[in-house]
Design a binder for this molecule. Structure first.
Ligand SMILES: [Fe+2]
Ligand SMILES: [Fe+2]
Length: 229
């Protein structure tokens, strides 16, 4: 999703300009639970109304649309604002995006492929289980550690453990699923399967962007704080 070409935005730019510049930010707005109906609202006004830290919002949005990370914001933004966004993102994937893709995938299955269909659904469900496990580790171990770190207590964890183990097992599983469909699945209703595939590719890209926010924004932020505590 990061394209390294997009422009960077500030608090005075309008939300509509932001979206028109790169519609990929729509999923970010959705994960911040921001309501539609923006009118001429600026990014700063929107964040203030929604009770979201504007610098945190700009840090994430600008990273997604330009690939750039403003180091000024990196030291100014509170990591718990980032973990709030990441938790919301987990909720969005598990309770909205992935169930939505699963139901499109089930709908795209063809009766004539009875021998492959259960395998496709099993691969998808295995994939979702891996995603759940990955998110649960972050929510039960990493984010609580970050909470306590921001309150001044170091505890017995270290963000380097997360950095070394933040793996890509999830993406491999999804590649296996895409391969089966692309190579072996012929269907009488290809449009539905093309749609389901596009959803899967989209979600994969989105999850990579999510992992990049953790790797390139959250981890460096915590490393700075660990150096001070
Ligand atoms: Fe995450
Ligand atoms: Fe992650």
């Amino acid at each position: 999703m990061e394209n390294n070409l997009g422009r960077c935005f500030n608090a005075d730019d309008t939300v509509v300009d932001l979206i028109e510049n790169d519609y990929n930010v729509l999923t970010v707005l959705s994960r911040f639970s921001l309501p539609l109906g923006f009118g001429e609202k600026s990014i700063g006004e929107l964040c203030e109304e929604a009770g979201i830290n504007t610098e945190c919002f700009l840090l994430i949005i600008n990273y997604i649309s330009s690939g750039k990370i403003d180091s000024k914001y990196l030291s100014e933004v509170c990591p718990t604002d980032i973990t709030y966004f990441l938790r919301n993102s987990h909720d969005y994937y598990l309770n909205y995006k992935l169930p939505h893709i699963r139901s499109n995938l089930v709908d795209a299955l063809d009766e004539s492929q009875r021998s492959i269909n259960p395998m496709i659904i099993r691969f998808f469900d295995d994939y979702v289980n891996l995603v759940k496990k990955h998110f649960a580790y972050e929510e039960n171990i990493v984010f609580p550690y970050i909470d306590s770190l921001t309150h001044g207590s170091k505890g017995n964890y270290n963000i380097d453990v997360f950095r070394r183990n933040h793996d890509y097992e999830i993406e491999e599983k999804l590649s296996e699923l895409k391969n089966i469909i692309l190579r072996y699945y012929s269907t009488s209703q290809p449009s539905k399967m093309y749609d389901a595939l596009a959803d899967i590719y989209n979600c994969e890209e989105d999850l990579t962007s999510h992992a990049n926010i953790e790797n390139h924004i959250l981890i460096p932020m915590i490393e700075r704080i660990e150096g001070r505590v």
